[in-house]
Design a protein around this ligand. Structure first.
Ligand SMILES: [Zn+2]
Length: 208
């Protein structure tokens, strides 16, 4: 079984970061390092994980706050949906200007909908970026068909969904994303969100 580790980070409020790592090569991905770079780096070092890319579900400060510090150490790119440019480069859009330090990301690969992202040495270990706008313009989930899981950020929570009153948010668009991109995945797909316990497609279908 491949590694799926949830790491709660955050000084302001709790954010779920995740490590998704191939059991064969120990290469994998770090999803949404919102805070506490040192804690995340220590877990990777202790477990001998080789993180190849940082996957960002959307460009809000609480999901990207530790990206620069981790990149300084690991020299790896971050990945966002192509609508993410304004969030990566504008602290008003990523809301970091409400806190101490404005966040600007410089080393990001912007990818289109349905991009497949795999690790070196095992092309069978990959995730698919699926664009799910609504909470933000750049909202994306990272779906692994082989493990039946998806990292969904703030698009959908256990019995709830992301707020739509921030810059680039839109309720109608969010519900369309949830219904057409997430609830169409197999029922047993486990959804790992940015702020709540895990849930599943089947469990959420009754709410939308
Ligand atoms: Zn958010």
């Amino acid at each position: 079984m491949n590694w799926i580790l949830k790491v709660e980070v955050g000084y302001y409020f709790d954010v779920n970061s995740y490590l998704y790592v191939d059991e064969k090569t120990l290469h994998g991905f770090l999803i949404d390092p919102g805070e506490e770079a040192q804690k995340l780096l220590k877990i990777c070092a202790d477990k001998n994980f080789v993180i190849e890319k940082i996957l960002i579900t959307h460009g809000h400060f609480d999901h990207i706050g530790a990206v620069n510090e981790i990149q300084k150490k690991l020299k790896i790119p971050a990945v966002m949906h192509e609508e993410g440019k304004i969030y990566a480069t504008n602290p008003a859009w990523n809301y970091s200007d409400d806190f101490d330090e404005p966040i600007i990301l410089n080393d990001v690969i912007f990818l289109p909908d349905h991009s497949k992202i795999s690790v070196e040495g095992n092309p069978n270990f990959y995730v698919e970026l699926i664009h799910t706008p609504g909470h933000t313009k750049d909202g994306a989930i990272y779906y692994s068909e082989q493990d039946g899981i998806a990292f969904v950020g703030d698009t959908i929570f256990k019995q709830s969904y992301g707020r739509t009153d921030l810059l680039g948010g839109d309720t109608k668009t969010l519900f369309k994303s949830i219904r057409e991109k997430i609830l169409t995945l197999p029922d047993k797909t486990v959804l790992y969100s940015g702020h709540t316990a895990a849930t599943s497609v089947g469990a959420e279908k009754i709410f939308f």
